[in-house]
Design a protein around this ligand. Structure first.
Ligand code: NAP
Ligand code: G4F
Length: 344
């Protein structure tokens, strides 16, 4: 039975990756942060199913607590480490630049050091990001494209990306960077633009919400499904050699196109509900991201399985069901109406 260690297991990708590895009979060890309210909602079904048998194990830790990471790596001696933890919201990284940078740089470095001193056969996955490219030119981006970060988040990811390569080259560690383009799902955080849109559309359709306030509608993103992308993470660590890999769909759509598609599926016109505000504009914007996943397709045999339209359908169906549950609670007087969600 292989042992996997996942940081950021409570996040969107943590949910899909742990499900994938548990299905493959791995024993999964994940780190969670202490918070004043319970933050394991996404993985609660997995905890119920796998924790008692010891196939899923959770530990309190934080990427900024190198001593706990070090102890856990030494104790568990995992076969594979997936570093998914990060303050992953680009707009928030402008508000909390120090925390975002510390987490995004010292975290991966502490893990790489822990692996180096524990066992150099441990394979390491670093969650690199298409944000590192900066998106200044409308061209297809691959593993050799220039990195030109535009936010504290992206700059921290560039540091970790280079460190992963440095540890690979200097110590012969199996360290791979997955340069993943945007990937979404019904488990996406509600303040990322796709989920903000599908959540609002579902609530608007049921009369629970009146308007949706967004920022830049012209930005373009290469959006895929998170379930497909975690499969690529696993494939990278099963490959003979460590490397950098771009994971993307090879298609790009604007935020406005995502809006149009979502509202049209509900027979609504987005222009009737959407406002824009400076509140959601960034000090520096990544205008255009389009990935070229040719290398991963050819060498790993990875392909995205979910189309843009199916992704919107999947998110919309889930958010309509969520809105229906909210409607019941509202009709029973158990919650108060909120005419816009989220307000942050
Ligand atoms: P996410 O949903 O925001 O999850 C982030 C995870 O990191 C959560 O489990 C969070 O814990 C944890 N975390 C945050 N700060 C931490 C800290 N200081 N110490 C320990 N854990 C911490 O992100 P995601 O979408 O799953 O993305 C996973 C990774 O891939 C991230 O590194 C992200 O930057 C990167 N990435 C994402 C995309 C994408 O489109 N989704 C694309 C490229 C790269 P809490 O639950 O307690 O907040
Ligand atoms: O959904 P977003 O916040 O994702 P963003 O900034 O592209 O970052 C995500 O993908 C990266 C991969 O490229 C990851 F590394 C990162 O961790 C994260 O998962 O914003 C997408 C676009 C931006 O151009 C933003 O300005 O949507 C635009 N936007 C317009 N209105 C909005 C909004 N973004 C958010 N979050 N909220 C808005 O109201």
């Amino acid at each position: 039975m292989k042992q996997a260690f996942i940081t950021g297991i409570t996040g969107q990708d943590g949910h899909y990756l742990s499900q994938l590895l548990l299905d493959k009979d791995y024993t999964v060890h994940g780190t969670i942060r202490r918070s004043s309210s319970i933050n394991t909602e996404r993985i609660d079904p997995l905890i119920s199913k796998y924790q008692d048998s010891g196939q899923l194990n959770l530990y309190y830790s934080d990427l900024l607590d190198s001593s706990s990471l070090n102890l856990l790596i030494k104790k568990i001696q995992p076969d594979e480490v997936y570093n998914l933890a990060a303050q992953s919201h680009v707009a928030v990284s402008f508000k909390n630049p120090v925390f975002t940078t510390q987490t995004g740089t010292l975290g991966p470095l502490s893990l790489l050091e822990a692996i180096r001193s524990a066992d150099n056969k441990i394979k390491y996955y670093q969650a690199s990001s298409s944000e590192m490219y900066g998106g200044g030119k409308p061209s297809k981006l691959n593993e050799n494209s220039l990195l030109d970060p535009k936010s504290p988040y992206a700059a921290a990811k560039v540091f970790a990306h280079h460190m992963t390569n440095i540890y690979r080259d200097s110590y012969s560690l199996f360290c791979s960077n997955g340069i993943l383009f945007n990937h979404e799902s019904p488990h996406r955080g509600e303040t990322f633009v796709t989920r903000k849109i599908t959540r609002a559309a579902g609530r608007i359709k049921l009369g629970l919400q009146k308007k949706l306030t967004l920022g830049n509608l012209e930005a373009s993103r290469d959006w895929g499904f998170a379930g497909d992308y975690v499969e690529a993470m696993w494939m990278m660590l099963q490959h003979d050699t460590p490397d950098d890999w771009v994971i993307a769909t090879g298609e790009t759509y604007t935020v406005k196109e995502f809006l149009e598609k979502t509202f049209k599926k509900l027979d609504l016109s987005w222009e009737d509900y959407v406002e824009t505000s400076h509140k959601y504009m960034r000090p520096n914007e990544v205008d255009y991201l389009l990935g070229d996943p040719t290398k991963a397709k050819k060498i790993l045999g990875w392909e995205p399985k979910t189309s843009f339209s199916s992704l919107v359908d999947m998110m919309l169906e889930s958010d309509l069901n969520l809105a229906k549950r909210e409607q019941v609670l509202l009709s029973e007087g158990l919650i108060e109406p909120t005419w816009e969600h989220p307000k942050i």
